[in-house]
Design a protein around this ligand. Structure first.
Ligand code: SAH
Length: 387
């Protein structure tokens, strides 16, 4: 078995609970093969933990266990079963959810999303890639899915020296799978959809928005139209905007299968649309802003902050008194307080007095590991504009 020796700085970091060790915090690497399970030890040779080794990424070690137990098929089976038992407690009335969320489920950089009888997997490190076959076999046995698709078309894999690819691991993954989220049914394009097909992390916020929004509602980055569909159940009219034609095609189809004809779909850049609506004197009782991550890296933070500020400012100008703004950021690099500060400024600039009625995050099927800040990326505020 390979062995990694941590520096004293690395040791302190490890003892605080963070599941990664960076290459700079290692003083020795011995017999460690790319993606293999290795032992982490102190400079005196004391055992600390076992985890995945990467010979390419800055993240050289990803924690699997702080005990010297065997990492074998039974170990993986018990981690997966634990992840499933947890989902059974926190997920209800849907058949589309995240079954395994990497580090937060003790299986670093390994993602499994479930869409009814179909599973989609992503492996984001050499270690996750190495155990793929073994884990797929356990998933097959436990869940007997009709298909398993590998959606490894992610650029972050480049940091691990891994190629981008899509591959069938089992069965015949269909082009479209229909799933449900409480009362709403929707289609998921497993092969070509964004992420693994859907933004499962916003599920709980969509349900909340559906219960809160009334009157005339705007969903500015609608993708498959899920916020719009939930909102349409209680609203008079919903306008749903996205810049992607594929997204709108699937959103329209979703509206049709739910017999919701109160939604108007518009293909446009949301920034331009919000501005032209203000210029035209349009007003809304609810606005949903769920844009893509503007800050993909730390270097993007200031331009991303400007983008979020502009967006929220434009949305607030459109909002009637009493109306509700649902505003999200999925940029890990813009933290909760930064995001609140951005919204505060947009509120000031638009002369809005806002009260926070919900301070939300990703759904419980994407659990946040307290010792792993990187697992907390989605911020979603529900704000009401006071008279
Ligand atoms: N709210 C959705 C997820 C939105 S993902 C849900 O809950 O499922 C972000 C969406 O914004 C994507 O569909 C993307 O096509 C769209 N998008 C990206 N940039 C845009 C822009 N400038 N204007 C409008 N839509 C944009």
């Amino acid at each position: 078995m390979g062995r990694l020796t941590v520096s004293s700085k690395g040791l302190a970091w490890h003892q605080k609970g963070h599941p990664w060790i960076f290459r700079d915090d290692l003083v020795n690497i011995q017999d460690a093969h790319p993606g293999a399970v290795v032992v982490l030890e102190t400079q005196n040779g004391r055992f600390l933990a076992q985890g995945f080794y990467s010979d390419r990424s800055k993240i050289a070690f990803r924690l699997l266990s702080r005990s010297p137990q065997h990492i074998d098929a039974r170990f993986w089976e018990s981690r997966i079963q634990e992840a499933y038992r947890y989902r059974q407690r926190v997920v209800s009335r849907t058949n589309a959810y995240r079954l395994i969320y990497g580090e937060s489920d003790g299986i670093p950089s390994f993602i499994v999303d479930r869409y009814g009888d179909h599973l989609v997997i992503q492996t984001l490190s050499q270690g996750a890639e190495n155990i793929l076959k073994e884990l797929a076999a356990v998933l097959l046995e436990l869940f007997q899915p009709l298909s398993i698709l590998l959606r490894n078309d992610l650029s972050v894999r480049g940091l691990e020296g891994l190629p981008q690819e899509k591959k069938v691991l089992h069965g015949d993954p269909p082009k479209l799978v229909e799933v449900f989220e409480e009362e709403i049914r929707y289609g998921v394009d497993l092969w070509r959809g964004q992420k693994t097909g859907a933004y499962l992390d916003q599920r709980e916020n969509r349900l909340r928005a559906g219960r809160l929004l009334q009157g005339r509602v705007l969903d500015a980055f609608c993708y498959q139209g899920l916020f719009a569909l939930h909102a349409a159940r209680m609203s008079v009219q919903v306008v749903a905007v996205d810049s992607s034609q594929d997204a709108l095609t699937s959103a329209r189809e979703n509206a049709r299968i739910n017999s919701l004809d109160r939604i108007q779909f518009i293909k446009e850049n949301a920034f331009d649309f919000l501005k032209s609506q203000t210029d035209a004197g349009e007003r809304y009782d609810g606005v949903i802003l769920d844009p893509p991550a503007f800050a993909k890296s730390r270097g993007d933070v200031s331009s991303a902050a400007k983008g979020y500020g502009e967006l929220n400012l434009r949305a607030l100008r459109l909002l009637n008194p009493g109306g509700i703004l649902v505003t999200a950021s999925c940029s890990y690099n813009i933290q909760e307080d930064d995001f609140l500060e951005i919204i505060r400024k947009s509120a000031r600039d638009s002369g809005s007095n806002l009260r926070v009625i919900g301070r939300e995050t990703q759904g419980a099927d994407h659990p946040i590991l307290l010792s792993f800040p990187e697992s907390y990326y989605l911020k979603c505020f529900f704000l009401q504009k006071l008279n």
